[in-house]
Design a protein around this ligand. Sequence first.
Ligand SMILES: [Zn+2]
Length: 462
Amino acid sequence: MIKQITKIILAFTLFAVANMVKADVDGVRVWQSPAHTRLVFDLSKPHQHKIFTLKNPYRIVIDLANNAKFIPEISDVDLASTLLVDLRTGKRSNKDLRMVFQLREDVDPKSKVLPPNKTYPHHRLVVDLVEKNPKIIEPVVTVKTVADKIKHNKRDIIVAIDAGHGGEDPGAVGYRRTKEKVVVLKIAKELARLLKEEPGYKPYLTRTGDYYIPLRERTRKARDANADLFISIHADAFHNSRAHGSSVFVLSERGASSEEARYLADKENEADLVGGVSLGDKDDHVAMTLLDLSMTATRGSSLAVGKSILKRMDKISRLHKKQVGEAAFMVLKAPDIPALLIETGFISNPGEAKKLATSKYQKQMAKEIFRGLTQYFYSEPPEGSYVAWKKQGGREVSGTVASSTSSKGVTAKTNKSYTIKRGDTLSHIAKRYKVSVNDIRRLNGIKSNRIQVGQRIKLPAS
Ligand SMILES: [Zn+2]
């Protein structure tokens, strides 16, 4: 009984203290990504808030109850190159804080309060503004086209490059405040540049600036880009600052290959919490249930390309582990695309952080990843790709789509066939030949989602 009373008194005291604490906005950050703006407010405690929009001009109004105060200098809130024109603050009904942002476009606002975590000791109010009529076309890769890149009509190998973290999520912060999100974007862009110059390759960057993308969104983007490979680039921290060296990981559903692998996977999987995800985290992709894949095929390819890259990285950095590691990284859960996570080094190690911050080392790292992956694709070129064609001395590869012609010499649309190769999935084949997965299934009487290497299937007319 006494215990219970104590509990009630304690609860009452906490409640009273919580209500007495001044509820303030301690900081504001704005992150701009294509067609989406994220506003983050550091709060001294979780507030009740209300959000609505106004027109002529477009504005978003955020009201915070409980006598909230706006602590930062308004002039310190950097709105340059964002959707926001200006910010005004004032009092409402003499007790609430009202913040009014003027906008360039009409938006749909969504908000959520996130609890504190290791990176952010504050409660955070995250407000996502999605443009109703987005005009910004997402840049694919912002590097110059190379004039002398060989023109060909074969398929390019598409490599999705995912620079880890971004925006609200700095990733690991190491020696001299070196931020993982900055280092990995530079390596990713350099890798994209190299691939853009290489005949037969097309890079796709999941992010091109300093903004956060939810983990699942990253692989969805790669899938939409028809990627043949997904590479997520990181530079992480370990509690032991002596830990050093680079490593390559593939997805494991069964468990991590080492304690560090588990630790790193746990850290990486926290990114959505830190990044302030409030959009799209509910829409579990229906597509996932339709995945037609042989997970084994993509796993085999992931391991093989991982080994090839690891071998190259060994030339410039001491490897953390000689083998490709395995752990349950959420960002690698794209079972229809071979996927890798590369830790380019430990930013928690002063020596390594110093190196990772230099453009010379970033370029070397990108170059070795590039070499490793192009070597892999040269040994296992995807069907119908320029690289496959080149490997065969520029002749048509046997086993690609075989079209028979009718007596009049016109290509008969329904007579195409295709032999399943390693790493193939029904959805990839369907996309490549612009037909639907269901039509392939129907035509071939495939009921389950399984396909086998060497299996010959008929392709419907596209
Ligand atoms: Zn990371």
